[in-house]
Each structure stands twice: as C-alpha cells, then as structure tokens.
Design a protein. Structure first.
Length: 184
C-alpha cells in the first residue's frame, strides 16, 4: 500500500470514527460506551486527521500553497489537542461547564485551521476548488457560530460545522485514494 492510499484511509477513518462511536457505540446509540469511553475512542481514532493533513502538506513542499497548508496544520494540531482536552474534561458531569468553555475555543481553532489549510490546497490546486471552498466555508462558519456567537457544541447551529467537517474529511480521503490509483 502506497503512502497516498494510507493518507486517504486516515482521512476516512477520521471522518467516520466520531459518527460510528458517538451515534453507534456511545450513549446516543447502543450505549456500549459511556461518555468518557466514547471521548477516549474518538480521540484515538481522530488522531488520524492531523496525521493525514501532515502527510498531504508534505506532498506540497516547494509549492505555492505549502505555507498555508503548514500554518493550517499547526492550528489544527493545537485546536484538536485543546478541543480533545475539553471533551475529556466535559465528559465528567461536575466539570461539564469547564469542558464546554475549553471546547468553544479550541474546536473553533481546529475548524479555522481546516479553512486555512484549504487556502493552501486551493492555491496549489491539490484538491478540487469546490472542496477547498467547502472547507473554507466550514472554517468561517465555525468562527462565526462558535467563536463570535458563542453557540454551544451541542446546539443545532453547530451541526452544519460538524457534518461539513466530516463530509470534507471523507471527500479528502476518497479523492486522495482515487489519485493514488491514477498514479500507478
């Protein structure tokens, strides 16, 4: 298996893991995992996302969008780390409000990092313009909804950001795998 195929699989795992774990195995699904257990497993599987973004940025070295992709990657890493800490803290009932405060800042940052990375992908034509535009829109939407409006992670207005993020990661994975097969 080549590295592009692996990269595509990492994007797909990161896209599907939250849905499968939260809605399938967690308290909102089969209730096989409690909130803390679901958060732990989502965190572990979603580690694939920063890795996939890093692998993609590495393929862009020397290109006009590489700087944006690397800047977005560092924002994604920081946002993912802080957001995951907020999720873990918020999984404990007595610390739910503290966890929400941390999540609001860091998940906003992660989604903004996705938008910045998309600028690099657009400039370098790494992925189709429509996908880059979707990713940029998600970053802006997350900034407005979470950052400016202060909407909660569990509010209905947060769903377009999370669904858009999952769909964009899924598309990144599919396109990366498809491109790896074309280059053989």
């Amino acid at each position: 298996m080549n590295s592009k195929m692996t990269n595509g699989i990492l994007f797909i795992v990161g896209a599907l893991a939250p849905f499968i774990i939260y809605m399938g195995l967690g308290p909102d699904g089969a209730d096989m995992l409690d909130v803390a257990g679901a958060e732990k497993w989502v965190f572990l599987f979603m580690l694939s996302i920063p890795i996939a973004f890093m692998m993609t940025a590495d393929t862009m070295k020397g290109g006009s969008g590489h700087g944006y992709a690397k800047a977005g990657l560092i924002i994604i890493i920081i946002g993912y780390t802080g957001g995951s800490v907020g999720d873990a803290i918020g999984a404990q009932d007595e610390f739910k409000s503290l966890g929400s405060s941390i999540q609001a800042t860091f998940w906003t940052a992660m989604l903004m990092g996705v938008g910045v990375t998309a600028i690099g992908y657009f400039v370098q034509k790494t992925f189709p313009s429509w996908l880059c535009g979707l990713m940029m829109l998600i970053g802006v939407y997350a900034f407005v909804v979470f950052g400016i409006m202060g909407i909660s992670d569990n509010d209905a207005l947060s769903m377009p950001a999370w669904i858009g993020m999952m769909l964009s990661f899924l598309c990144l994975g599919i396109l990366t795998i498809r491109n790896s097969k074309k280059q053989k």
